[in-house]
Design a protein around this ligand. Structure first.
Ligand SMILES: *[C@@H]1O[C@H](CO)[C@@H](O)[C@H](O)[C@H]1NC(C)=O
Length: 374
């Protein structure tokens, strides 16, 4: 080979190494085997239609977002009868009558007319074997969420999802999982969401890792008619195994998270801050290990504790047999109290990859590192 050719290929290799766009790092915990779009050549959508097409087709894809995709108005707006379950004050959320919710569950609620953006009410379909990765802080999806339903092996990293009819219950969920397996949601920022920031449906969602996300509950409309979003994280599902690590969850008032179905949740090294209602709901038949988390100004740590909860604050040695290490104590500042002494379910961690844990004192730095900040 000529020297100039050798130089050229060395140069190309260098450029490729430096500029390769794709997933950073690997998932910890239950979804550690996720590969998403793997080594597929990256694609760079430039329109909402292209984004929808790349996410929903049956190819393995690495989809790089380097701009905002604004879906508001793309499916029109609807005006219909909804309801006002918490009154009609300016800061109160109203509700869309989805599946008869206003009639069946809030039947005494005042009926009111609601107008909303149609695109936000149902997320973009995401197929199997996809990586969706934002560049810097540029990857924003406005006015529509992501729907990973009946799909497996998906990575969503370093994007922001915002503005899903935040004034309305059923206005839209940011990320929905159902009938899935191996999903990693990492460094995602969610804000101004009408319904759930992340929701795992009632079917099996299997192995899921939710890490380094910024769940921003700051809003102008809520059930409490204040600025604290109620509908944070909803972890349903049959036999789901969820690692929730290094997330910054703040300014919410409920469901942060709600754990239901038969979910096993490992909540480790999260920063729960400024929650003026409750953080956890732990329904019967669920199992929650909460270690190394920092709770700051969280009124109620758990509301409705019917499932199994292990909080290894005084002695973490019960984790050794199943996790291969001791568990970390949680830290509390200006927060409520709880106790969780049931370690009998920890054997359910055996055979899985378990996320590591650091002392809770390391967690407050998530204020600046969580969300789409890569
Ligand atoms: C995802 O990729 C794997 C490995 O290449 C393949 O076996 C599987 O069929 C793919 N799934 C779909 C739904 O395309």
């Amino acid at each position: 080979m000529k020297a100039s050719l050798v130089l050229a290929s060395v140069f190309t290799a260098l450029v490729n190494t430096v500029s390769a766009d794709g997933v950073e790092g690997t998932a910890e915990g239950f979804a550690s085997e996720v590969t998403g779009g793997g080594t597929a050549t990256p694609v760079y959508p430039t329109t909402t239609d292209e984004l929808v097409s790349y996410l929903g087709d049956s190819e393995a894809r690495v989809i790089i977002l380097q701009q905002e995709f604004d879906f508001t108005g793309t499916e029109g707006s609807l005006t219909e009868e909804g309801c006002a379950p918490w009154g009609t004050g300016d800061a109160c959320q109203l509700a869309i009558n989805q599946n008869g919710w206003c009639d069946n569950y809030q039947s005494s609620a005042t009926k009111v007319s609601v107008t909303y953006d149609a695109a936000a009410t149902i997320g973009i379909t995401v197929g199997s074997n996809k990586s969706i990765v934002g560049k810097g802080t540029s990857g924003v999806i406005r006015g529509k969420g992501l729907r990973i339903v009946g799909a497996e092996n998906v990575i969503v990293q370093n994007i922001e999802i915002t503005e899903l009819n935040p004034s309305l219950v059923w206005g839209g969920d940011a990320i929905t999982l159902d009938s899935s397996d191996l999903v990693w949601i990492d460094h995602v920022t969610t804000s101004l969401i009408g319904r759930q920031h992340i929701v795992l449906g009632t079917d099996a969602d299997n192995r899921v890792t939710i890490s380094n996300n910024k769940i921003d509950g700051t809003t102008s409309w809520s059930p409490n008619c204040d600025s604290y979003a109620y509908w944070g994280l909803y972890f349903g599902g049959s036999s789901d195994k969820i690692t929730l690590k290094n997330n910054y969850i703040f300014h919410t008032s409920g469901r942060s998270p709600k754990v239901t179905g038969t979910t096993l949740l490992h909540a480790v090294n999260n920063y729960f801050s400024d929650i003026n209602g409750h953080a956890f709901e732990i329904d019967s038949s669920t199992q929650v290990l909460a270690e190394g988390n920092l709770f700051e100004s969280v009124d109620t740590l758990v509301d409705g504790q019917e499932g199994a909860l292990f909080v290894p604050d005084s002695d973490g040695s019960a984790c050794s047999d199943s996790l291969g290490r001791s568990c970390e104590a949680n830290g509390y500042t200006s927060s409520g109290t709880w106790s969780g002494t049931d370690s009998s379910f920890l054997s359910g961690f055996s055979g899985y990859t378990i996320a590591s844990a650091e002392a809770y004192s390391s967690v407050s730095g998530l204020v600046s590192t969580a969300g789409n900040s890569l």
